[in-house]
Design a protein around this ligand. Structure first.
Ligand SMILES: *[C@@H]1O[C@H](CO)[C@@H](O)[C@H](O)[C@H]1NC(C)=O
Ligand SMILES: *[C@@H]1O[C@H](CO)[C@@H](O)[C@H](O)[C@H]1NC(C)=O
Ligand SMILES: *[C@@H]1O[C@H](CO)[C@@H](O)[C@H](O)[C@H]1NC(C)=O
Ligand SMILES: *[C@@H]1O[C@H](CO)[C@@H](O)[C@H](O)[C@H]1NC(C)=O
Ligand SMILES: *[C@@H]1O[C@H](CO)[C@@H](O)[C@H](O)[C@H]1NC(C)=O
Ligand SMILES: *[C@@H]1O[C@H](CO)[C@@H](O)[C@H](O)[C@H]1NC(C)=O
Ligand SMILES: *[C@@H]1O[C@H](CO)[C@@H](O)[C@H](O)[C@H]1NC(C)=O
Length: 387
């Protein structure tokens, strides 16, 4: 071996060591959307839970109800997820699956008869959500925060509508962003999602898109001035080009989406939803967007098609539930995309739809009456997954 050969040999050893080290260290985080509407208020179903109860009461949908709900009769179920022991168990289940964080849907709180004194919340109720007025939307978050198991799982928010533009709400988010369980990306930047933010919300927030961009810029400054790193803000919407254009006007860091609705009345094979997710990631990549890949485990709102909810109009079109292998393939593939496109998926995280949207998808991961722990067991076999 000549001296220069030895040198080349050493250099290649060093570069193998470096690339191995990068590979070993890099583990994209896995988040999952959580929708909290399984609760009581004054011993009655909360206005939102009322519709969820109605939608899932027919016998043919009982297989979807979460582990803490029970069947009373072929036409009636009961549940109360607003209990510490239920939340504690849910955290343990999510941990078992290998989930890193829950993304809590974060709504305004309304008084009786959908009253609110907050003009942003009123805008949300009238224009965005079309009558979505929970009494106690933060019960899941509060139980998580009071759980002795909270250190097992991180959290973040999916903020909705124009209300995140309210400075007092922003201070509330920042207070929670200071907790050690708040999910961060890129070396400590708190991760936040925003959804259901379109023209009407932009007008309400900052008199348009650019004005709203200034509102969120101020929010970043508020967070930084209180010792946090610059928040990593992700805008969610269904259409790739639209959400990318809105995100750039808002000065957001990346795009994603909440779910990928679709399917047919007879039920489309899950593989088509998987293909649709891959197309979403790829088209975002093609237009040069930064993304958090969405990993949709299903879409099947038939309970809501039969017993409509007032805030969204959803038909019987659906995808068939994923098998264990299909679910694993979706998550593996989402993480693989995150690894192989690490400039685009720079936050190195994916977001799964969903933990417990049980009336909107049969692919919810929360253990259920019909499918038990099938899905969380499936994920526990592939997570954690390294690049
Ligand atoms: C989803 O989970 C959250 C958090 O545990 C809980 O508050 C909510 O009631 C659940 N929603 C549904 C629809 O299961
Ligand atoms: C379901 O059962 C509860 C508890 O027994 C009862 O109060 C309620 O009226 C029932 N609802 C329906 C739609 O049967
Ligand atoms: C609105 O303000 C009134 C008067 O301050 C108060 O009594 C009421 O509880 C508030 N309602 C809500 C929903 O916050
Ligand atoms: C809510 O609406 C009902 C029916 O319209 C009415 O009887 C009740 O007084 C209202 N409650 C409040 C607090 O406004
Ligand atoms: C939660 O996030 C913190 C800060 O990003 C991180 O150090 C910790 O490992 C995370 N915990 C879990 C359970 O993922
Ligand atoms: C991971 O992504 C690369 C690049 O897109 C692709 O060639 C490879 O087949 C993928 N592997 C898996 C297991 O999906
Ligand atoms: C989930 O449970 C339902 C009802 O028992 C069943 O029809 C379905 O095949 C199960 N799904 C999977 C993926 O095993």
């Amino acid at each position: 071996m000549t001296l220069s050969n030895v040198f080349v040999y050493i250099i290649s050893l060093v570069s193998i060591a470096i690339s191995t080290e990068i590979t070993i260290n890099n583990r994209p985080s896995v988040g999952i959307i959580r929708w909290d509407a399984w609760n009581l208020f004054n011993n009655q179903y909360d206005p939102i839970s009322f519709y969820l109860h109605r939608a899932l009461s027919p016998e043919k949908f009982h297989y979807r109800i979460p582990f803490y709900a029970s069947v009373l009769s072929p036409t009636n179920i009961s549940f109360n997820g607003d209990l510490q022991n239920v939340m504690d168990q849910e955290i343990l289940y999510a941990k078992h699956a290998g989930i890193d964080y829950w993304a809590f849907d974060t709504y305004c709180q309304f008084g009786s008869n959908c009253t609110t004194n907050n003009t942003y919340c009123s805008q949300y109720y009238k224009q965005t959500s079309n009558l979505y007025c929970p009494r106690n939307p933060a019960y899941g978050l509060n139980l998580y925060l009071s759980s002795e198991y909270k250190s097992l799982l991180n959290f973040t928010f999916i903020l909705l509508g124009s209300s995140p533009c309210d400075a007092s709400f922003q201070q509330h988010y920042i207070d929670l962003m200071k907790l050690p369980q708040f999910q961060t990306v890129r070396g400590g930047r708190p991760l936040l999602y925003l959804f259901q933010f379109d023209n009407a919300e932009a007008d309400k927030c900052g008199g348009g898109w650019l004005g709203s961009g200034q509102v969120f810029q101020k929010f970043r400054q508020m967070a930084i001035s209180q010792g946090l790193q610059n928040p990593y803000l992700v805008l969610m919407d269904f259409d790739v080009r639209t959400v990318q254009s809105h995100a750039s006007m808002l000065g957001f860091d990346a795009i994603s989406t909440y779910a990928l609705p679709g399917g047919t009345i007879d039920g489309t094979p899950f593989v088509e939803l998987f293909n649709s997710a891959q197309r979403w990631w790829q088209s975002a990549s093609d237009i040069g967007a930064k993304i958090v890949p969405i990993a949709p485990t299903g879409w099947d709102p038939r309970p809501r098609a039969e017993n409509p909810v007032p805030w969204v109009d959803e038909g019987p079109e659906h995808y068939i539930q994923p098998t264990v292998e299909e679910l694993q393939q979706l998550i593996r593939s989402g993480i693989n995309f995150t690894c192989t496109h690490n400039q685009i998926a720079e936050a190195q995280t994916i977001i799964i739809y969903a933990w417990n949207e049980s009336s909107e998808t049969s692919g919810s991961l929360v253990p259920s009456m019909g499918n038990g722990t099938l899905y969380i067991d499936a994920l526990s076999k592939i997570l954690p997954m390294f690049c």
